[in-house]
Design a protein around this ligand. Structure first.
Ligand SMILES: [Zn+2]
Length: 255
C-alpha cells in the first residue's frame, strides 16, 4: 500500500541536501512524495531581487522534485521571517491537511539556521494539531483533519552538528549508494545556489561538499554514503519505525 510522504524543510535545496537519496528511494518504491519548502528562498542571492530569485528557486525546486516524480509546494513564508506564531502554525497545519502524510520529514530542532530551527518546531506542533478537528484552518482552505498524528523524522543538521558543534548522531542511516547520482542531479537542479553558496558560505563546490557529508554519515553505519535521520519518539507521536519499514533493513541501518 503506497504511503504519502511529506518532506517539509525551510528552503529550496534543503530536501535535496539532507534527504535527496532517501526521497528518491521512497519514490522509486511507489510512495507518493511531496517536497515542500517554507520559503521560496527569496534571500538566497546577491544578484537578483527577492521576487526574481524566489521565482527562479520555485522553478528549480519543482524541477528537482520532478526528477523523482515528486510534487513541489511552497508555504510562502519569507527567508529569516519564520516565527512561531498562531498564523504560522495554522499555515503549516493546513499544508499537512492538504497533503495528508503518513510520514513527515523535517528539519532538526538544532541547526545552523534560524529558519531550520523554527521550521522544525512548527512542523512538530502541526503534526500534533493536524488531527484535531477544532483546530481550524478553514481560512486557508478546506482540507480534512489528518486521521492520526503522522510519523515524524528529523533530518541531520548541516555538517551533522548542533550549534555547540556537538555531533548530532542519527537514529538510522539510509544507504544511498544506489541514489547518489540521483541526489547529485536533484541538487544540480538548484543552479542559482551554486553561486550563492560560493559567495555567501564560501563553499566552492556544493556537490562535492554534499558527497563528503554523505560519506561521513554513511561511515556511522559502515556504508560508503548515507543520509541520517532521527525519529521523534515522544508521546503521543507514533514510535514504530515507518521509514525503516518502508525501505527495509537492507537500506536502513539502525545505530
Ligand atoms: Zn536551509
Amino acid at each position: 500500500m503506497p504511503k504519502r510522504i511529506l518532506h517539509i524543510h525551510a528552503h529550496p535545496d534543503d530536501a535535496e541536501i539532507f534527504s535527496g537519496g532517501t526521497l528518491a528511494l521512497l519514490a522509486a518504491a511507489g510512495h507518493h512524495v511531496t517536497i515542500a519548502t517554507m520559503t521560496p528562498g527569496d534571500c538566497g542571492s546577491h544578484h537578483h531581487d527577492a521576487e526574481e530569485i524566489a521565482r527562479i528557486r520555485r522553478q528549480e525546486a519543482a524541477s528537482a522534485a520532478a526528477l523523482i516524480g515528486a510534487k513541489y509546494l511552497c508555504a510562502e513564508f519569507r527567508d529569516l521571517s519564520i516565527f512561531e506564531t498562531d498564523e504560522a502554525r495554522r499555515r503549516v497545519t493546513a499544508l499537512l491537511r492538504r497533503t495528508q502524510p503518513d510520514l513527515v520529514i523535517t528539519a532538526p530542532p538544532a541547526d545552523y539556521h534560524c529558519d531550520h530551527e523554527v521550521t522544525s518546531n512548527l512542523v512538530r506542533d502541526a503534526c500534533f494539531a493536524a488531527p484535531a478537528p477544532n483546530y481550524s484552518t478553514a481560512e486557508l482552505g478546506h482540507w480534512e483533519p489528518l486521521p492520526a498524528i503522522p510519523h515524524l523524522y528529523f533530518t541531520d543538521p548541516a555538517e551533522g552538528v548542533d550549534r555547540e558543534g556537538r555531533a548530532w548522531k542519527p537514529h538510522v542511516v539510509v544507504n544511498m549508494e544506489s541514489t547518489l547520482e540521483t541526489k547529485r542531479a536533484m541538487l544540480a537542479a538548484h543552479q542559482s545556489q551554486r553561486v550563492w553558496l560560493k559567495e555567501h558560505h564560501g563553499m566552492d563546490d556544493y556537490l562535492e561538499t554534499m558527497q563528503e557529508w554523505s560519506a561521513k554519515v554513511g561511515a556511522y553505519a559502515g556504508l560508503a554514503f548515507g543520509e541520517g535521520f532521527r525519529q521523534y519518539r515522544i508521546h503521543p507521536y507514533p514510535q514504530s519505525g515507518l521509514l525503516e519499514e518502508l525501505l527495509g533493513a537492507g537500506l536502513v541501518k539502525g545505530l
